[in-house]
Design a protein around this ligand. Structure first.
Ligand SMILES: CC(C)(COP(=O)(O)OP(=O)(O)OC[C@H]1O[C@@H](n2cnc3c(N)ncnc32)[C@H](O)[C@@H]1OP(=O)(O)O)[C@@H](O)C(=O)NCCC(=O)NCCS
Length: 153
């Protein structure tokens, strides 16, 4: 196996000033990107824990989850298109899972497009297991979602 260099990222809770970078990353990452209003709603939601990741001064990714009782639902994660494949997605997920664990969460769940091999590989490598499938979950593309879960306890 070839060891890969990965720059340690800095994680900070999202702020209004991060929105333009987040919108640009999201537009490249998703066929049905969240609107600015959806991100704003997310940032104002008391259940939501939303972080951005910096490599130096560059915002390279974002990710968030909702904490409900002792379960987290990972709502979104994306890495800047030109910074993928450097271990940043894994660092973002590690940060989410560490934050969730520190808040007392015992279970993490998420949905992922059935065709999204990079994301499914990432989650599998982190110990998520397939727990189900939701037919036509992504209405814009009529794609199925795979439900994945990880025990954090
Ligand atoms: C999914 C995503 C966040 C991964 O970010 P990344 O920084 O490129 O991922 P990493 O470099 O940390 O890779 C971590 C693991 O993910 C998997 N992976 C990443 N890119 C992959 C690819 N192109 N093909 C297959 N597996 C891939 C691998 O298991 C990899 O581990 P490895 O390098 O040891 O093989 C990124 O592809 C992305 O932003 N995609 C668009 C948004 C998206 O689909 N989000 C998920 C919604 S559920």
């Amino acid at each position: 196996m070839i060891a890969r260099e990965t720059t340690p990222l800095t994680f900070v809770p999202v702020q209004e000033e991060h929105l333009p970078d987040i919108m640009a990353i999201s537009a490249d990452a998703y066929p049905d990107s969240w609107t600015e209003g959806m991100f704003r709603d997310e940032f104002g939601n008391h259940l939501s824990h939303f972080y951005v990741a910096f490599d130096g001064a560059t915002l390279v990714g974002y990710a968030g989850f909702w904490l409900v009782a002792d379960e987290v639902h990972i709502t979104t994660i994306a890495v800047r298109l030109d910074r993928r494949g450097r271990g940043y997605g894994r660092q973002l997920m590690d940060h989410l899972l560490e934050s969730a664990g520190a808040l007392g969460a015992t279970l993490a769940a998420l949905e992922v497009r059935a065709t999204n091999a990079p994301a499914i590989n990432l989650y599998t490598a982190l110990g998520f297991r397939i727990a189900g499938r939701r037919k036509g979950y992504y209405s814009k593309t009529n794609e199925d979602a795979i439900v994945m879960m990880k025990d954090l306890s």
